[in-house]
Design a protein around this ligand. Structure first.
Ligand code: UD1
Length: 364
């Protein structure tokens, strides 16, 4: 019987991370990868469209846990995934990223004595008020194999006392997804966007620290209106953000001729939009990486980042809200010296390195 690997995915950013792995692993005959979709994200735009764009098969196991508090969501994944592990015992569980589904499945795997690998290990914001930082720390603490996207991440793990043989610097899997879809992304037409190429900024925001509190979200809306005076904006609104904008009655304030509101977008459509934009305003982790890879300026509305390589070697800047329009102006007036930087092992071959890593480690 071939080596049974469970690939766990739950939320939007996970799908881009399991896709290249699925394609590489399912091409070989030495293992049998299976996709476990926890259902943390479930809308067509947050989930199904990603399976379609990334050419992923229907999940082998769909847990359908849905939304809830952190405890509810984590607990529901644990209860449902334990049942899957009982009926289809994996030889290895691979978890990716830092969402609630990541830590939930990791705990189940380890408590059943199953080998556990974490892809995108070692990232640290050193901000424990972020749910993701807790998920990252806890997942890394119990993983047997820690695949890191950058050298600083490997260094963080070494500093925390993780033994060297568990840590492997494999590069950034998100870049594999982009490279696999590059031609398809090129074919996407942006006719529905009313602004011309490279003359607009793209906005995405969903972190609780930015969108859950009225005063902060109101300040963000006012600053986006200020920015829109000099640069048209396309704002793809995450469901969490949409709910807050509605709750705080801020959504109508975004009605402006220079602000184009969109629903969450599929992977290809969103990456096409990013490639055609002048800059990004975001609080997403993945977008800090994708813009760095593509050489597009990224203004991140956060106090910290778990992806410092995007600042030191990429195109990312952490920006205070009060300085946002000033920073945008500088870029509009050509002050950014962005080219596409070359970051070590962000080369589209991470999934291949992982496959090799597994064959070596498990002697298959
Ligand atoms: C989650 C991750 C975050 C990641 C983000 C990407 C955690 C702790 N957070 O945050 O790290 O950056 O995904 O999007 O795991 N909703 C829908 N439809 C969906 C999914 C969610 O309407 O398909 C709404 C629900 O009202 C839900 C809310 O969005 O309560 C938040 O979803 P949730 O998965 O709890 O967290 P995210 O903010 O998406």
């Amino acid at each position: 019987m071939s080596f049974n690997i469970h690939l766990i995915a739950g939320a939007r950013p996970n799908f881009m991370k399991i896709s290249p792995l699925w394609h590489v692993l399912s091409n070989g005959d030495w293992c049998q990868p299976k996709i476990v979709h926890t259902g943390q994200h479930y809308d067509v735009e947050m989930s199904d469209s990603f399976f379609e764009d990334l050419a992923l098969p229907k999940p082998h196991f769909a847990l359908g846990v849905g939304s809830g508090t952190h405890a509810e969501q984590t607990a529901r994944v644990m209860i449902a995934y334990e049942k899957v592990c009982m009926s289809d015992p994996p030889d290895l569980v691979i978890v990716v990223g830092d969402v609630n589904s990541t830590i939930a499945a990791a705990l189940v795997a380890k408590k059943l004595g199953c080998p556990l690998a974490h892809l995108e290990a070692g990232l640290r914001s050193y901000d424990r008020s972020m749910a993701e930082e807790i998920n990252r720390l806890a997942t890394d603490a119990i993983s047997d194999i820690l695949w890191t996207p950058s050298r600083d991440a490997s260094e963080n793990l070494r500093r925390e006392g993780v033994s060297a043989e568990k840590i492997e610097f494999v590069g950034n899997i998100m870049i594999d997804s982009f490279e696999m879809q590059r031609d398809a992304i090129k074919k996407v037409t942006l006719d529905h966007i009313k602004f011309s190429k490279k003359s607009f900024g793209v906005v995405t925001l969903h972190r609780p620290s930015n969108v859950d509190m009225h005063d902060r979200l109101q300040a963000i809306v006012l600053n986006l209106l200020k920015v829109a005076k000099s640069l048209p904006l396309v704002f793809s609104v995450h469901p969490r953000t949409r709910a807050s904008l509605d709750r705080f009655k801020l959504f109508p304030k975004l009605k402006h001729r220079n602000i184009h509101i969109l629903e969450p977008m599929s992977y290809r459509a969103f990456m096409a939009l990013v490639q055609n934009s002048l800059l990004l305003i975001t609080d997403s982790g993945g977008i800090q990486e994708e813009t760095s890879y593509l050489g597009i300026p990224c203004l991140t509305l956060r106090k910290n980042t778990e992806r410092p390589v995007t600042v030191t070697e990429g195109t990312n800047q952490l920006v205070k809200l009060d300085f946002l329009s000033q920073q945008v102006s500088k870029i509009v007036h050509g002050a950014s010296n962005c080219g596409a930087p070359v970051i070590d092992l962000w080369d589209g071959k991470t999934a291949e390195r992982i496959a090799q890593s597994l064959r070596k480690r498990f002697d298959i």
